[in-house]
Design a protein around this ligand. Structure first.
Ligand SMILES: Nc1ncnc2c1ncn2[C@@H]1O[C@H](COP(=O)(O)OP(=O)(O)O)[C@@H](O)[C@H]1O
Ligand SMILES: [Mg+2]
Length: 248
């Protein structure tokens, strides 16, 4: 894997850490930040191509790359220079809060423009659910784990904020363990809607719903009622009514 921190890759590194608007001051100060995080390699690696380098992911706030700090691989999320926020601190706060109950990629370190975190290996949720030969028990177990994680976030009063867009914000490991990603639009100031958002894509429509056909209660209006009841009164008892929509 190509290491962008070696001197012959300087131009690629400049492009990456100041994307999309290069300027010398930003580059210099971000290089100092990188040093403070003790990162020894930034790799051109991943499925997303950005000009002449590869990265793990690209969002509206960050570029996500594979890095090495001492002897372990991690993920480095780099604030885009055109992001609609001036630093990464809110995301750090919410990701740490999620980590406090075992949710999300484990936060390792951070600075103004970077977040260093656990590298979550696996497939994006749509690719994982799209695999043909996964046994239904494994699929159900994973789906219930996603719902349980959302319930824990609801209990913590941390609203993820983007769980209606599951395709980009859940990675599932080979073993079928899901990890919820990206706490950049999270908040503790709104009413949490993690379970209700994710439930739409599980019980009402979309590719996950289609894959789960046959294992979910056919009575759509009953499903809607259970989700609404939970929304009104977010207790475990109501959450279990949602879980009982699975015919198991
Ligand atoms: N910890 C991680 N491990 C592996 N891949 C990740 C990790 N964090 C993010 N990604 C990948 O990068 C993409 C963009 O990350 P995200 O945090 O959603 O950025 P943004 O806040 O800019 O939307 C994700 O959809 C995912 O594919
Ligand atoms: Mg995102």
């Amino acid at each position: 894997m190509e290491n962008l921190l070696v001197s012959e890759n300087r131009e690629k590194l400049k492009f990456l850490i100041t994307y999309p608007l290069f300027d010398h001051n930003t580059f210099d100060s971000r290089m100092r930040e990188l040093l403070s995080l003790d990162i020894c390699s930034i790799f051109s690696f991943g499925k997303v191509q950005l000009h002449n380098i590869f990265i793990l992911g690209k969002g509206s706030v960050g570029l996500v790359t594979l890095v090495k700090n001492r002897r372990k691989f991690f993920v480095l999320k780099i604030r885009r220079t055109d992001a609609n926020r001036i630093n990464m601190y809110d995301e750090v706060v919410y990701q740490s809060l999620a980590n406090s109950i075992g949710i999300g990629p484990f936060l390792v370190n951070y600075s103004e423009n970077f977040i260093l975190m656990e590298f979550v290996r696996g497939l994006n949720i749509l690719d994982w659910y799209g695999q043909k030969n996964t046994e239904i028990d494994r699929i159900l177990k994973c789906t219930i784990s996603i719902l349980e994680q959302c319930f824990l976030l609801d209990c913590l009063k941390l609203d993820h904020g983007q769980l209606n867009r599951t395709d980009r914000h859940i990675i599932i490991s080979k073993e079928g363990n899901p990890t919820i990603l990206d706490f950049e639009t999270s908040s503790t100031r709104r009413r949490p809607s993690n379970v209700t958002s994710i439930s739409q894509g599980i019980f009402l429509h979309g590719p996950i719903f289609s894959r789960l056909k046959g294992t979910i209660d056919n009575d759509r209006s009953h499903s809607i009622r259970c989700i609404k009841d939970y929304k009104m009164d977010m207790r475990r008892e109501k959450f279990e009514k949602i879980l009982s929509l699975f015919r198991i």
